[in-house]
Design a protein around this ligand. Structure first.
Ligand SMILES: C[S@@+](CC[C@H](N)C(=O)[O-])C[C@H]1O[C@@H](n2cnc3c(N)ncnc32)[C@H](O)[C@@H]1O
Length: 183
């Protein structure tokens, strides 16, 4: 469902980013399998919390920041001003080119999406990955029902589970991080 944030929400998110960026978002970006030349999709980029760190790891690659919200996407443009290897995309499903990304990641996005929408979103993300490409998501650990659905849809769409870990995030609690490889 489409939701536009208030100014206060954007301000508070920016504050959390300044305070916890290194521990929460940089830590996640550092674990992404990036060597520098990949085509990467940040699905549900928000104000660019993870993208800010991921983009630095792509000196010869490209990062597409995608969100359903115009206001978050504008906030993301501000966070990432100065970077040249980024494009911004407002989400409309389906719109992604097949097999165009090496890495697709979602950070605290999928648990907010309805089950019926996930049934459209996950196949679309899987389709956009090239064979051998990597899909990574991190979602709140207690969202067990949504996580089961996400895992089932991933596996139904040629994404093979490779790795998973539980991370403890300041102020947010435990989160589950899963890595898949496209067949
Ligand atoms: C909790 S925020 C997380 C933002 C960012 N990934 C982070 O970790 O800071 C969730 C984001 O997902 C976006 N979103 C929700 N549903 C979406 C959808 N169907 N397609 C694309 N983005 C979506 C929201 O607009 C919001 O920016």
């Amino acid at each position: 469902m489409k939701y536009e944030p208030t100014r206060l929400e954007i301000f508070l998110t920016r504050l959390a980013f300044l305070l916890y960026g290194k521990y929460v978002y940089q830590a996640f970006a550092d674990r992404l399998p990036l060597e520098g030349g990949e085509q990467v999709l940040d699905f549900g980029c928000g104000m660019g919390t993870v993208a800010y760190y991921a983009a630095k790891k792509l000196p010869h690659g490209h990062l597409t920041c995608l969100d359903i919200s115009k206001r978050w996407l504008n906030a993301c443009c501000k966070t990432l001003r100065g970077y040249r290897n980024i494009s911004f995309l407002l989400w409309e499903c389906p719109q992604l080119t097949s097999e165009s990304f090496d890495v697709v990641y979602c950070h605290f996005v999928l648990h907010d999406i309805s089950e019926s929408e996930l049934e459209r979103v996950i196949p679309e993300l899987a389709r956009s990955l090239r064979p051998g490409g990597v899909f990574v998501f991190r979602e709140p650990f207690n969202e067990t029902k949504k996580i089961s659905l996400i895992k089932r849809l991933a596996e139904q769409n040629r994404l093979l589970p490779k790795d998973s870990r539980i991370t403890d995030i300041p102020m947010m609690g435990n989160a589950l991080e899963c890595v898949y490889i496209k067949q």
